[in-house]
Design a protein around this ligand. Structure first.
Ligand SMILES: [Zn+2]
Ligand SMILES: [Zn+2]
Length: 395
């Protein structure tokens, strides 16, 4: 039976998948600088006897694993390869040797898993029909997102996949388990850069000033109404300001104040409308108080919607592979992911791979300097993904 064959191959290749993950973890590269990572991936694929691969978006790689009757159907699997500008604080043999760069979002895990999938599927390519397209993408962590560049470089064409599946580590989920969610899953994320301009001077002479500190304070309060009064209660939205910079002193009012924030939601039409509301409110307040405002909305990734059909099939296949008790239903997650660009083009399923192990002290969140995984997750990361791809090809 194919499922058992995949399970035993995943077990057989586990040591190699772990060693690949450790190599990648020790040699992280920042977004769009994944040159050595891409060369490593290519060398591994070649060592498996896989030659059908192509560079996309400079440091991205697309690979075709063709079964029998390869034109019948194509399914894509995606792994991201970039690391983050974080100083690693783990004391492990595979600690980052690149100062200030760390695989703190588990993209080393995703890349190593996808390499494992390549090796597994290549071994059994005479046992399935159709083609599996493996996408190793750069730059998930940085706008405009490697996914958007890969799509521009025609990664979803020739052959066009009927659907795409991606996995991401989740340190909230215990190792051995995975999580799925049909429909709306992750948020769009836009960065807000606001500069409030007034007229500074001595704090004791307010009649000669236009105080940008006071304008900024009113603005932050007033902008709360975008979520509380303008957004539909049925659509999750969040507006947060995390930085406010007024470089005055007890007795000095500065000329300008800078504010930075993030706006996230799960509806593209509302997202565009909200941008308009924010600019209008901020402009009205600034002008009403005698100042001006520059309001820049730097658009990030769109919201991520999992195809209910594809995700339903994948979740069923995961239950078949791991058992019902190891497949969880996920809640909405207000972080953003550039996998969403693929889901705007074709059906997608983005699921979570459990990596937590409290007994071993592996509990840190992604994007923290102590993030790590229980490496037993890698056998599932590779095996399950291979199984999901073949299940989808056969559906
Ligand atoms: Zn991340
Ligand atoms: Zn990530």
């Amino acid at each position: 039976m194919l499922k058992n064959r995949i399970k035993s191959l995943a077990q057989e290749f586990k040591t190699e998948i772990i060693s690949n993950r450790r190599h990648l973890h020790a040699h992280p590269e920042l977004s769009f600088q994944e040159h050595n990572t891409a060369a490593f991936v290519e060398a591994q694929l070649q060592s498996y006897g896989i030659s059908e691969m192509e560079r996309k978006a400079e440091t991205g790689i697309v690979v075709l694993i063709k079964g029998k009757n390869p034109d019948k159907k194509t399914v894509a699997l995606r792994g991201d390869m970039d690391a983050l500008p974080i100083v690693e604080q783990n004391d492990v043999p595979y600690k980052s040797i690149h100062p200030g760069v760390m695989h703190a979002c588990g993209h080393d895990v995703h890349t190593a898993s996808l390499l494992g999938v390549a090796k597994i599927l290549n071994e059994i390519k005479d046992q399935f029909e159709g083609t599996v397209k493996l996408i190793f993408q750069p730059g998930e962590e940085l706008i405009p997102g490697g996914a958007s560049l890969m799509i521009k470089d025609k990664v979803l064409e020739n052959p066009k996949p009927s659907g795409i599946i991606g996995q991401h580590v989740m340190p909230l989920i215990p190792v051995g388990k995975v999580g799925f969610r049909k429909g709306m899953y992750m948020a769009s994320a836009d960065e807000l850069y606001i500069t409030v301009k007034g007229k500074g001077g001595h704090g004791a002479m307010p009649e000669t000033l236009v105080d940008p500190v006071l304008i900024a304070a009113h603005m932050i309060v007033a902008l709360q109404q975008v979520v509380s009064r303008n957004a539909s209660p049925k659509t999750p939205s969040v507006l947060s300001f995390g930085r406010i910079e007024a470089l005055g002193a007890t007795n000095i009012i500065p000329n300008e104040v800078k504010i930075q924030g993030t706006f996230r939601t799960l509806d593209e039409a509302w997202r565009a409308k909200a941008h308009g509301h924010m600019v209008k409110i901020a402009t009205g307040i600034a002008e009403g108080m005698g100042g001006t405002v520059d309001f820049e909305v730097r658009k990030g990734y769109p919201f991520l919607k999992n195809s209910p059909e594809l995700t339903g099939r994948a979740q069923k296949a995961a239950i078949d592979y791991l058992g019902e008790e190891n497949v969880l239903d996920l809640d909405i997650w207000m972080a953003a992911e550039d996998f969403s660009y693929y889901t705007q083009e074709i059906d997608g399923c983005f699921y979570r791979l459990g990596t937590r192990n409290e007994a071993k002290g592996i509990v840190s969140g992604v994007h923290t300097p102590t993030f790590d995984i229980d490496e037993n997750a890698l056998e599932i990361g590779a095996g399950l993904m291979a199984w999901l791809a073949l299940n989808e090809l056969a559906s």
